[in-house]
Ligand binder design. Structure first.
Ligand code: 5GP
Ligand code: ZN
Length: 140
């Protein structure tokens, strides 16, 4: 299903051009137009779903498998020193395009913005951590 107002749906159907590095029945993988590093790529499921809450488990599992294959391929071809897999959900989490996508961000030891994705740490008391742990625990 496609959303006519979605920029990634337009890229997937070819209405907006992109640099495509991989395509199959379920996914198109493109270079990010505003890359955080050399080779920064985005895995786009062809079916429009906004985020991790909407994507089906099956499609998400396929995306994870593809991410693993691409990570190996990119690591070999780019000779990068590491790769971040990143996936944002919701504006507050940094999502700007509301069509599920997974970022593959190759990392290089001597990259100029190597503090990319480094966050500050919040302090919680042991009681607060116990409380949040209790709240989060879930059954299989
Ligand atoms: P988000 O912040 O939603 O996780 O990531 C959206 C990403 O899509 C950003 O890194 C942004 O640079 C990329 N992007 C936005 N519009 C376009 C576009 O038209 N073409 C391509 N190739 N990337 C885009
Ligand atoms: Zn879309």
């Amino acid at each position: 299903m496609r959303d006519d107002n979605c920029i990634f749906c337009k890229i997937i159907c070819g209405d907006i051009p992109s640099r495509t590095i991989y395509e199959d029945a379920d996914f198109k993988v493109i270079l990010d137009a505003s890359p955080a590093s050399k080779g920064h790529a985005l895995i786009l499921p062809k079916e429009h779903c906004a985020n991790v809450y909407e994507i089906s488990e099956d499609l998400l599992a396929k995306a994870a498998k593809l991410a693993k294959k691409l990570a190996a391929h990119m690591s070999e071809v780019l000779a990068c020193d590491g790769i971040n897999l990143l996936q944002n959900n919701g504006e507050v989490a940094g999502q700007t395009v509301f069509h599920f996508h997974m970022h593959l961000i190759p990392r290089y030891k001597h990259m100029k913005n190597n503090d990319l994705l480094v966050w500050t740490h919040e302090e919680f008391t042991d009681e607060e951590q116990d409380q949040i742990c209790g709240k989060l625990q879930m059954k299989e």
